[in-house]
Write a protein that binds this ligand. Structure first.
Ligand code: ADP
Ligand code: MG
Length: 722
């Protein structure tokens, strides 16, 4: 049998797959009991804390009141006892640095006692504040390494939890990561600030509508995660997948996804087993995963949780990615979350569903049943429309990174042009408002802005448009252009901030004319639709016609991350972030630097890998085959046959091209470094085209060279053997 070792091992792994652990007995331990069993939840706190302490901590969680040291001490002690009962030996402050990854530093509970023994200790101070050093995280110049101090501070609104490992458990405390000057070094802090801004502004609007109870308005998020699972044998035989997270070589398989036979198809047994265990682990951590299914590409899947408050959803999203990867390994597979692991095969996104609401008012982006609720809905919906149009390039910048460049605008994912899909019915309502057709009048005590003479607002828009980067889906907006590998923290930070700004604007208009609120509502809605209606597009976002039309409408089309990232630091963005106390100008600048630097680094690593693999794996395979062909040719000639040298000629030509293009790539790599912006430009304009050329020759060789000589697992194998 021919085939490289990785293929044979993978085939054997699939054929010999046996359940690796006791079957999960959900009848014995129902999901209900399992759920959040490893979370130091408010329910656990209620049970374990003295009443006044519990009240005090709830005050902090629900209203943002400061947490005093005596409360923290009691909470810490209870948390420690709970964690030790669950087998914890260490605690970790978990934080989210600008790399987009999750970081944790573990400390033991044990403290030496002076007499040679040790006691388990965990004080309020240790709970509230940590000092992980972490001087090697990128900060974009905020914190020179000589003043390495970075502090972590417990985000009380996100529960502590226990992470299990075969050899013990760890108490994990979600934290914000800040410099000693209080500047945010992470992704959580700005999100918390932005959520606060949204609450402040939204309160003004609901107050005008007579809702004065002041219950906290929080933004909610439900992120849908797409990912690939491939056999670990293949992964380990692909230095590109291992190091860059995506394949840098690989000829298209004979059968791609054109049959659509994988989408929502039956889930293979090993994959399903892996999904179930992942879900069980996530349940324990209180992550409410809900749906699972096959995605469009072979080997591609999706998991989605029930929505939660945006900051909790963000923490849970990070946990979900960690857990997917961890459990997959147990099943002999690797979970690949890169946006485009396989060229020519559908990439992966992370649809971030976004809304906001409060405990008493419910979801504020739900059309509602009464004219009163409808009017409020239209106001908030218009705020989102205005926000997305006004800050379209900022929104584009938060989804800009090297990986997502392979998706956006590539006719399979939302285009790089930001637009909003509203659906026909809602668009119609707004069109009428825009035309001034909806007259306002006041009937009894209910607010009537005329729109209730229109058909009832669509509760669940039936039509789905998968080509829109930002779609209204009945009672929430779905930001579809987010990359599968990225943290949702910054997209949510920006959404909260830009929507807060629009609500601020609207609230100011309405407050100024509050004696005739209905007229004021009509006026502001109309004005917004006239000024920002251009962002609404219900058609095919993939079409060329849309690219043309979008340009005519004056919508930005920032094709690459290098075009888009600087928009995060535009004058308008800096002003916006400063005004709502989300990011200081320095914090903004640092993020632009880090993003550009990460872009340049990611592409440079890929370029180096491309050259290395071309030289040490593909070139040797090609010349071995070339030599075999030449030997056959010489042998045949010796016994009097003529030999058709077509294949030999072709291979020889391709080998030469491979060598030349690799040399060019290496020349491009050898350039002198400049500013981060110059580096990113160089990566985009020089390295990527050079890499693509090398790949082209290599991929052609893959379709000619004898299969048993080819050193890299093929697309066919990686996508279909599972
Ligand atoms: P669909 O499958 O039609 O896209 P779902 O109702 O399954 O819609 O929702 C997809 C995601 O949107 C889920 O994660 C869900 O929890 C989330 N979602 C639903 N309502 C909201 C909301 N109000 N705010 C944020 N996310 C929401
Ligand atoms: Mg969806």
């Amino acid at each position: 049998m021919s085939g490289n070792k990785a293929r044979l091992d993978a085939i054997s792994a699939v054929i010999n797959y046996k359940p690796i652990s006791e079957p999960l007995n959900f009848a014995e331990t129902p999901t209900k009991e399992l759920f959040a069993s490893n979370v130091f939840s408010t329910a656990v706190m209620k049970q374990r804390l003295p009443k006044p302490v519990y009240k005090s901590i709830m005050n902090t969680i629900q209203k943002g009141a400061p947490l005093d040291t005596s409360t923290a001490d009691v909470v810490a002690a209870a948390m420690k006892d709970w964690a030790i009962e669950k087998g914890a030996t260490h605690y970790a402050h978990v934080f989210f640095p600008l790399t987009g990854l999750t970081a944790e530093k573990h400390d033991s509970f044990l403290s030496p006692n002076g007499d040679g023994s040790a006691i388990a200790e965990f004080t309020g101070e240790q709970l509230i504040q940590g000092e992980p050093d972490g001087s090697s995280f990128p900060t974009g110049g905020i914190r020179p390494t000589f003043e390495a101090r970075g502090y972590t501070a417990w985000d009380v609104t996100s529960s502590a939890y226990i992470l299990e490992n075969a050899n013990g458990t760890t108490l994990c405390i979600p934290t914000a990561f800040v410099s000693w000057t209080g500047e945010a070094l992470d992704k959580k802090t700005p999100l918390l600030r932005a959520m606060k801004a949204l609450n402040t502004q939204a309160q003004r609007v609901v107050k005008l509508f007579g809702d004065t109870d002041g219950s906290l308005i929080t933004s909610t998020a439900g992120p849908e995660q797409e990912y690939f699972l491939i056999d670990r044998n293949f992964f380990l035989a692909r230095p590109d997948l291992m190091t860059a997270g995506r394949t840098l070589f690989g000829a298209a398989p004979a059968k791609g996804q054109q049959f659509d036979d994988h989408y929502f198809g039956a889930i293979p047994e090993r994959v399903l087993a892996c999904m179930m265990e992942t879900e069980r682990e996530l349940y324990k951590l209180g992550v409410p995963v809900k749906t699972r299914h096959n995605e469009v590409a072979p080997g591609q899947y999706e998991v989605a949780p029930v929505f939660e408050n945006a900051n909790v959803a963000t923490d849970h999203q990070q946990l979900l990615m960690i857990m997917l990867k961890r459990v997959a390994e147990k099943y002999g597979m690797v979970c690949v979350t890169h946006e485009k692991p396989f060229a020519g095969v559908n990439g992966s996104g992370k649809h971030v569903n976004f809304s906001f609401g409060s405990a008493t008012l419910g979801n504020l982006l739900d059309p509602g049943d009464t004219p009163h609720e409808n009017a409020r809905f239209l106001i908030f919906c218009a705020a989102v429309i205005r926000a997305v149009d006004k800050y379209a390039t900022l929104l584009r910048s938060v989804i800009a990174h090297a990986g997502n460049d392979h998706r956006l605008g590539a006719n399979e994912a939302p285009p790089a042009i930001i637009s909003i899909f509203l659906g026909d019915q809602l668009t119609d309502v707004f069109e009428q408002i825009k035309a001034g057709g909806a007259k306002s009048s006041k009937v009894k005590t209910t607010l009537n802005i005329g729109v209730d003479t229109l058909p009832p607002l669509p509760k669940h828009s039936g039509d789905r448009n998968r080509t829109s980067p930002f779609a209204f889906t009945g009672n929430k907006f779905e930001f579809r252009a987010v990359g599968s590998n990225q943290s949702i923290a910054t997209p949510l930070t920006v959404l909260n901030t830009i929507v807060a700004e629009s609500i601020d604007y609207i609230a100011s208009q309405l407050e100024a004319e509050s004696d005739n609120l209905e007229a004021a509502i009509q006026k502001v809605l109309q004005e917004i639709l006239v000024a920002h209606g251009r962002i609404i597009f219900n058609g095919d976002g993939y079409s060329d016609a849309w690219h043309k039309e979008a340009a005519e409408r004056g919508l930005a089309n920032l094709r690459t991350a290098v075009d888009a990232i600087p928009e995060f630091g535009s004058e308008a963005a800096v002003e916006l972030f400063q005004k709502y106390h989300v990011l200081s100008p320095r914090e903004v600048k640092s993020r632009v630097e880090v993003k550009l630097e990460q872009y340049a680094m990611a592409v440079t690593v890929e370029a180096k890998l491309t050259a290395r693999i071309a030289k040490t794996m593909i070139f040797p395979a090609a010349i071995r085959y070339q030599s075999q062909l030449a030997t056959t040719c010489a042998n045949l000639k010796a016994v009097g046959y003529s030999f058709d040298t077509n294949t030999l000629d072709r291979v020889t030509e391709l080998v030469r091209c491979l060598q030349d293009s690799t040399a060019e790539l290496e020349t491009a790599l050898a350039h002198e470094g400049g500013s981060v912006h110059e580096e990113a430009e160089h990566a985009l304009k020089k390295l990527i085209p050079a890499m693509n050329t090398v790949r082209e020759y290599a991929d052609t060789l893959e379709t000619i060279v004898a299969d048993d000589l080819w050193p890299l697992p093929s697309y066919q194998e990686m996508l279909y053997i599972k």
